[in-house]
Design a protein around this ligand. Sequence first.
Ligand SMILES: NC(=O)C1=CN([C@@H]2O[C@H](COP(=O)(O)OP(=O)(O)OC[C@H]3O[C@@H](n4cnc5c(N)ncnc54)[C@H](O)[C@@H]3O)[C@@H](O)[C@H]2O)C=CC1
Ligand SMILES: C[C@@H](CO)CCC[C@@H](C)[C@H]1CC[C@H]2[C@@H]3[C@H](O)CC4=CC(=O)CC[C@]4(C)[C@H]3CC[C@]12C
Length: 369
Amino acid sequence: MAESTEVRNLVYLVTGGCGFLGEHVVRMLLQREPRLSELRVFDLHLGPWLEELKTGPVQVTAIQGDVTQAHEVAAAVAGAHVVIHAAGLVDVFGRASPETIHKVNVQGTKNVIEACVQTGTRFLVYTSSMEVVGPNIKGHPFYRGNEDTPYEAVHKHPYPCSKAQAERLVLEANGREVRGGLPLVTCALRPTGIYGEGHQIMRDFYHQGLRLGGRLFRAIPASVEHGRVYVGNVAWMHVLVARELEQRAALVGGQVYFCYDKSPYKSYEDFNMEFLGPCGLRLVETRLLAPYWLLMLLATLNALLQWLLRPLLLYAPLLNPYTLAVANTTFTVSTDKAQRHFGYEPLFSWEDSRTRTIRWVQAMEGSAQ
Ligand SMILES: NC(=O)C1=CN([C@@H]2O[C@H](COP(=O)(O)OP(=O)(O)OC[C@H]3O[C@@H](n4cnc5c(N)ncnc54)[C@H](O)[C@@H]3O)[C@@H](O)[C@H]2O)C=CC1
Ligand SMILES: C[C@@H](CO)CCC[C@@H](C)[C@H]1CC[C@H]2[C@@H]3[C@H](O)CC4=CC(=O)CC[C@]4(C)[C@H]3CC[C@]12C
């Protein structure tokens, strides 16, 4: 908890502060950043839960705004000491157009950088993604790699392309002179697949399982590892690195860090079963019924249907050629860079992360528990 002896004089801005990760970052800052005096929460859609945060010692300012609007961003950034830029359009299902994804993720990030430069904000943390590295379009495995592991990062899909471009902009901006003459210090955090309380895709899988009579069907071989990290630990990494940007500017500035914790290496589906299993679902083995070529056929059919139906309705199922390729390609990280550079240790053990996530699933509306 915050120590009352510290002087509260820092203003933080969290963009995308009402999203899945953003909400955890906001709550973590309030609990773990004792020097915070004002917390600005900037989002296209503000959550009603923000109201309950307004009674504490920190001034919580809710700002409804759009990162693609430079003037709105500049107004929100002015006077902030630190910006955590977590706003983004997370779409790998074809819901938004490639142009919209680019506008929010790339132009939005440009606006945040320019606002820092114009208004004199010196510290910027960007929420990037494992997707800026891979899996690549060739399906090469990235097996327990770190930030220096060579990998051919080639993308075609609008989401990873936009995250990679935005991350590059953020890193290139490190050292730029901001208003007042001091240098901007930036870094990028790259979470793998985030899980935990509030995770929409976990919700979708759970409800799908309930609809199918308590069953989910295995589509991905158990041998394919997919990197996962608990949302509380990702939030904690943001809070910690933001705090250390000033003290360790020369070391941390311009760096990228994978987000990691002690979550086990498993396939996407086996990992989900760590939570959905205790909530009454079981994973049915279907390798003989659904070989990979059949899944790819279904995924391609989904993509075709999406294209055909687009004039009439939005058809955006979880399975498409891109999501199948991501889920079916090993991509896991093993690194201690964040520990070495800014003393990061996961705040939540695997057992805690698992218990918290299971409790959240159990409390969901329509839960079988
Ligand atoms: N969910 C995951 O597994 C991973 C997410 N990330 C990154 O983490 C960040 C947060 O992602 P999530 O919390 O999962 O997604 P989310 O969709 O729950 O949160 C994103 C937030 O950004 C806001 N936003 C979107 N467009 C905006 C705009 N034009 N102006 C202002 N706010 C806008 C949304 O309203 C939402 O509250 C994103 O940058 C994403 O790329 C990175 C790795 C993994
Ligand atoms: C083939 C299906 C059979 O059950 C399973 C499909 C699961 C997919 C919807 C997910 C598998 C891997 C996920 C992505 C991954 O965790 C990395 C990500 C990082 C981000 O920055 C954003 C989200 C995502 C792309 C994530 C999206 C959902 C999956 C593709």
